[in-house]
Design a binder for this molecule. Structure first.
Ligand SMILES: NC(=O)c1ccc[n+]([C@@H]2O[C@H](COP(=O)([O-])OP(=O)(O)OC[C@H]3O[C@@H](n4cnc5c(N)ncnc54)[C@H](O)[C@@H]3O)[C@@H](O)[C@H]2O)c1
Length: 380
């Protein structure tokens, strides 16, 4: 079997995790690693018996890799991914694909222009419950979407925020919970219900000693007039997510452990006017769902990425769809910090000006204890 020769750029917590995950993917072969920290690049390269680099361009130009996984802090994802695609390499970018919509545009354009396989590490797209939910929606089982909800809490200690100089700073990361923890479920939410048209958001730094937001909330309005609500934080336990999508013909409810589907006997829009009884209600029935057995792991996304390169398998998590979560995040940050409604597509110039302003006010961190370790609870 042909193997895809892969280089990993950014070999910190997540990059090292991907080097381990790859060992179980028979279609993948790690051939090189790269990190701007020479000691880290050398140590990890020697551990895996592969070439190591400190400049991503040298790895890409060396010709030893067919593809790269980009696992640096987010700001570098577009620059490295675009360079790699233009040099003929396939790219699997860590999430989010970019910090700003303008940067995300450059990646989408590069993927379209070069025809390279471009994927993003949104491993939750392989969660069987979300796969089942997507199928229901695609088959029209919910009817027209009328309301959505996503409550997506997380928890992080101050020690987590102090573990890297780039974390939770405008300069190093371009946002807080929205740009770091929240993208996974925002991707699922927009994949299932689409990208809202209008956001009226509030953001604040409620608990942690950081300069970016650790709590965000937004009213949402979709193109068809449907309303929705979104909430995220890194201040809450248990970190159980709730997701609801209510349509004219049915409703799905996800609560972290289960997915339930309720189908109406008649569309609500028809029953409401056809039924002559004062206290009638639309009959609904909970339907049993077949949840496909899938692995929502990094390894599964790497495997799919390799199979897309080798034999054209459909991407589970296409990179070009990664722009939707960036639109969602930029819209909330702009709306929340400016205190005004924001529409998508987000105004590229306005967002860049806003971010530059926040970066100008950004302060260098003084109390950082560098720790390189990815979340041990993640599925490799
Ligand atoms: N998909 C997931 O489940 C998941 C989980 C955690 C992190 N991530 C993402 O992975 C990325 C990295 O996060 P992390 O927690 O591994 O961070 P980290 O700080 O542990 O590692 C980042 C590494 O990149 C290196 N680096 C920085 N700039 C570089 C450059 N220009 N070229 C080469 N190397 C460079 C750093 O020296 C560091 O070793 C982030 O974008 C994050 O959102 C994804």
């Amino acid at each position: 079997m042909k193997k895809v020769k892969i280089g990993i750029i950014g070999i910190g917590g997540m990059g090292q995790g991907h080097a381990e995950s790859m060992k179980k993917v028979k279609e993948a072969q790690l051939v090189a690693v790269c990190d701007i920290e020479p000691d880290r690049a050398k140590e990890v390269g020697e551990k895996h018996g592969v070439k190591w680099f400190t400049d991503y361009k040298e790895l890409i130009d060396s010709g030893i890799a067919d593809a790269v996984i980009v696992a640096t802090p987010h700001y570098f994802h577009p620059e490295i991914s675009v360079y790699a695609m233009e040099k003929g390499l396939h790219v699997l970018s860590e999430k989010p694909i970019a910090v700003t919509v303008r940067q995300a545009d450059t990646m989408v354009e590069a993927a379209k222009k070069t025809g390279r396989v471009f994927a993003v590490m949104y491993q939750l797209r392989n969660n069987g419950m979300f796969v089942a939910a997507k199928k229901l929606i695609q088959e029209g089982k919910l009817g027209e979407i009328k309301r959505t909800l996503l409550v997506n809490p997380w928890y992080r200690t101050q020690a987590y925020y102090d573990s890297g100089s780039w974390r939770a700073t405008w300069k190093g990361e371009g946002g807080g919970v929205l740009i770091n923890q929240a993208p996974h479920m925002i991707d699922i939410f927009t994949w299932l219900a689409g990208l809202p048209k209008k956001f009226e958001a509030k953001v604040r730094t409620k608990l942690h000693n950081i300069e970016v937001e650790d709590e965000a909330s937004s009213l949402l309005e979709y193109e068809n007039g449907a309303w929705g609500y979104y909430y995220t934080t890194t201040n809450e336990v248990p970190a159980i997510s709730y997701l609801e999508i209510a349509g004219d013909k049915g409703k799905i409810i996800y609560n972290g452990a289960s997915l339930r589907f309720f189908a109406t006997k008649q569309p609500i829009s028809q029953f409401t006017f056809n039924n002559k009884s004062m206290w009638a209600s639309v009959e609904t029935k909970e339907k049993a769902l077949r949840i496909p057995k899938k692995e929502a792991s990094h390894g599964a996304i790497i495997k799919n990425f390799c199979r897309a390169i080798i034999k054209g398998e459909t991407l589970v998590s296409p990179g070009i769809e990664g722009i939707n979560s960036v639109e969602f995040i930029n819209a909330i940050l702009l709306s929340g910090y400016k205190g005004k409604p924001v529409e998508t597509p987000v105004d590229r110039d306005e967002y860049d000006a806003f971010l530059q302003d926040m970066i100008k006010k950004s302060k260098d961190k003084t109390t950082v204890r560098v720790q390189i370790q990815t979340d041990p609870n993640l599925k490799k």
